[in-house]
Design a binder for this molecule. Sequence first.
Ligand SMILES: Nc1ncnc2c1ncn2[C@@H]1O[C@H](COP(=O)(O)OP(=O)(O)OP(=O)(O)O)[C@@H](O)[C@H]1O
Ligand SMILES: [Mg+2]
Length: 581
Amino acid sequence: MKHLKYLNKFFWKYRIRLFLGVIFIFISNVFALYPAEFVREAFDTVLERKQLESRNINNVLFKYAGLIALFAILKGIFMFFMRQTIIVMSRKIEFDLKNEIYQQYQKLSFNFYKKNKTGDLMNRISEDVSRVRMYLGPAVMYGINITILFYLVISKMLSINTTLTIYTLLPLPILAILVYFVSISINKKSELVQIQLSTLTETAQESYSAIKIIKSFNSQKITSKSFLKSCKEYTKRQLNLVRIEAFFYPTILTMIGISTILIIYAGGIESYNNNITTGNIAEFVIYVNMLAWPVASIGWVTSIIQRAAASQERINSFLYYKEEIKNFSLDLKKIKGTIEFDNVCFTYENTNIKALKNISFVLKEGETLGIIGKTGSGKSTIAHLICRLYDIKKGNIKISGTDIKELNLYNLRSSIGYVPQDGYLFSGTIKDNICFSNSEKNNSRTIESSKKAKLYTDIKKFKQGFHTLIGERGVKLSGGQKQRLSIARVFYKNPEIFIFDDCLSSVDAVKEKEIIKNLNKESDNKTTIIISHRIASVKHAEKIIYLDDGKIIEVGSHKALMKNKGPYYSLERKQNKNINE
Ligand SMILES: Nc1ncnc2c1ncn2[C@@H]1O[C@H](COP(=O)(O)OP(=O)(O)OP(=O)(O)O)[C@@H](O)[C@H]1O
Ligand SMILES: [Mg+2]
């Protein structure tokens, strides 16, 4: 239960709704209570006035029937208000909690994402929050309802006859315990159903995404088989659940039946001894029916609370997760594009791979740096460190003359236009993707950016132009178009530092040249880093670093490196030869 304490702040926030909810529950229960009395009075009147004319009896019965109907309507109205306050409150808290979790997701570092699976993270915000909401809404509502109803009904019953009250209440605890165990079993089984459902969805989803490969490998049979297997397992688990659920209602009805028999038996004796009237027996039968379902729901509410506590524990462990990359500065001073690496070493914690070893270089504002090197040599890692996606433990990185850790993190990131190697596109329109860095979408700037990224003519060919929906992760675009869209995105951002991480690999040589020319124009006074495997992409840079296994093996301008006749020169010869061949 201690984990659910976290939610008390929300109860406090919506205290007025909660308070009104309790009042409405109370009123609706008062209206629920009286009809039983009317039934008793109707019975007793009929028995007393047996000798009266039938017309009079009719009048009396109509009066009670009318009263019962009126109270039922009033009860219904207040039940509506009760749901409108408490269930609405739970939905509002659900909204707040989801937002809180989402904000936390945005703050957490890359390392966190490497340690947790996407599915788990999704569950936190959907499945777990739904379970917590079941506690905030239905469990709280029924909990308060049961308490008030018990108080009202039992004190009423006791005021009539103690013996009969005891007989009526006797089977109810057994019912509560039974329902509790049945609920636990239902929960366990529905959990198994949920797990299987996720597997099933995953299997289906994967085959949609990989449809090209499946068809070209002629593997439809294999994938259908694995889907069928998942499906069979799902049906089996679902049937297991249905079986236990089928047991649920008959159990409750049997217990109500036993209670009713006991009342009629004990009530008969009490009435015979003149301790109660005949009408009281009917009244008690109604009370037991009023109590049975709430008693059954005690078991249900308890299991909801248990599940919510387990979910909230998972949510809390995540909400209390400490940010690794902390922002220490509120300074919003404009960041300039000077970058200095001084003996920087970096090891990826999860794999213990030493990605960078004693890297030092200085890049002045407006200069262009080319980084070249074999795959896995640490090129992207340098880009990650400049964006401060990771903090270094050894060495020093200065940007704009200040230690990177002392810069305002948000300011730093908004000064960098990073095109990652595997640029992610969102499933909106082309325009949404270009204007991603800014909430306001400027038309002329969008067009200009797409022109600089050599994407404009492609966009013009689409029927809906900038409003073309690009599909999930940009499936409707070619590889090169995707890359150029990622590039247009940073041109739109117009940052102080441009970082292009191997994002020209699918762009043809002519377009690449033009994009780089535009970049040079754009970045006259802006610092630029171009990461590539190809000499052609970096040769115009003022400074080129050749990385190998995390170390700088050569540094200089294209001219100087060519003169050196070292590894850079050999690479250039090799690539040139390939092109000429
Ligand atoms: N997120 C990560 N977690 C753990 N290890 C990583 C991670 N990213 C990269 N590495 C490792 O760090 C080393 C350097 O990787 P990096 O991505 O910087 O290489 P790269 O030069 O950009 O290669 P490529 O040209 O293939 O993009 C590699 O050995 C890689 O396995
Ligand atoms: Mg890379």
